[in-house]
Every structure is written in C-alpha cells, then in structure tokens.
Design a protein around this ligand. Structure first.
Ligand code: BG6
Ligand code: MG
Length: 213
C-alpha cells in the first residue's frame, strides 16, 4: 500500500461496533409501529443518515406518516440508541484499532474521522478518543450523507490535505462510493472488505501497517 499523508476513518463499523445498538433501537421502534424489521434491513442502513435510515425501516409505509411524526420516530430511536451508546467505555476500543491509530500517529500521519453519525462526538468520547483526532467531520456538519462525498471532503479540508493524498477506511458500500466520488483512495473493511470499488481490502485495521506507511 502506498504512503498516505492522511487517513480518514469512518466511525461505526470501522473504529467501533455500534451495529448491534442501531439494530436493537430500530427493532424496538419497528415493533411498536408493527413494521417487519430484520438484519437484512439493518444491513442497508450502514453509512446512511438517520432520516434516510428511517425511510428504509418504514419501507412501504414511509409515506404514511407526516414529517412531524417521522421526526418523532427518529428521536425515539435515537434516545434508545444513545442509551446503549452510553454503556460503551474505552475498554470497547479494539486493541487492533488502538495500536494501529497510535502507530499511524507516531509515524506522523494526519488522522480524521468522517462519519454520517450525529452521535460521533458522544461515541468518540465514550471509547476514549474524544480528543485524539486531528479533525472530526460528522453528521452534524453536512447536508448530504454518504454516498455523497461531502463528509470526507470536509475532513480533508479540516486536515488541509488533497483527497488523492488521503485514504478513507470504510465498512459501508455507501462510504466506499462516497470516498471514490470525492477523489480519495478507499479501503474496505468488514462488510465492505470485498467491495469491488475499494482500492484496498482489509481484514483488520492493522493491515494498513503491513506495507511501509
Ligand atoms: C452511520 C451508521 O455511521 O451513522 C448508520 O452507519 C447511521 O447506520 C448513521 O444511520 C447516522 O447515525 P446517527 O447516530 O446520526 O443516528
Ligand atoms: Mg460505517
């Protein structure tokens, strides 16, 4: 793998594992609304914004509610989700993730987060990375979520690097698409590890360190 000036990490599914919390919170809302919901629907929410996720969860019922009702549903899900997030501690940061970030930092690379989540600051705080990154671009700062490249372009701007000097690490196909649309190099991990759009495929984050970086 070539040397990159900067690394921009997606948060959910790359630096930490919040999938099961999203799943449990959406499942509670779906149950209350008597809407079928399973892991295959949850898989389609990866990298997608909260309101877009709600439309996917509501499925064919997405036009059956007013904007106010939909906002209330999203808030209801988010309150449940944040309750789960608050159970996370620095012990929930994988050793592989922790040591990889520290090595990249020690080698002088710029490091950022590029996440669709509006809960990114809370999550980073809970897992002990609240003040680790050189920049955090998240769902509170953007108008268009992945596969739009806005969040990664913002991260690159905050880091003062050009997209083609930065590697985006993503677990969502929407995130890989966003990275490529923004002119970044992209590495897929987890569900995106076999993405044909990704420039690199990682089994674990420390694979970033395999070649000289
Ligand atoms: C992404 C998740 O990181 O954040 C999506 O992959 C989620 O599943 C999105 O919908 C928005 O999250 P939040 O925390 O703003 O509701
Ligand atoms: Mg993700």
């Amino acid at each position: 793998m070539r040397n990159f000036s900067a690394y921009i990490f997606d948060l959910d599914g790359v630096l930490c594992h919040t999938d099961q919390f999203h799943f449990a919170a959406w499942a509670m809302l779906a149950k209350r609304l008597e809407i079928p919901f399973d892991a295959s629907v949850n898989d389609r929410l990866r990298g997608v914004s909260r309101m877009e996720s709600l439309d996917i969860v509501l499925g064919e019922k997405k036009n059956a509610y007013t904007t106010e009702q939909k906002k209330a549903f999203a808030e209801e899900k988010n309150a449940i989700y944040r309750g789960y997030l608050q159970t996370m501690t620095p012990a929930d940061l994988d050793e592989d993730v922790r040591s990889t970030l520290l090595k990249l930092r020690a080698d002088g690379h710029k490091l950022a987060v590029g996440s669709s989540s509006k809960n990114a600051p809370l999550i980073l705080e809970c897992i002990g990375l609240g003040s680790f990154f050189d920049a955090v671009a998240d769902g509170t700062q953007i108008a268009h979520s992945k596969p739009d490249p806005e969040v990664f372009l913002l991260a690159a701007k905050l880091l003062d690097v050009k997209p083609d000097d930065a590697l985006v690490v993503e677990d969502a196909e929407a995130g890989i698409q966003a990275a490529k649309a923004g002119g970044f190099y992209a590495a897929g991990i987890g569900p995106a590890a076999d993405s044909t759009r990704a420039d690199f495929r990682l089994q674990k984050l420390s694979d970033l360190l395999k070649a000289p970086v």
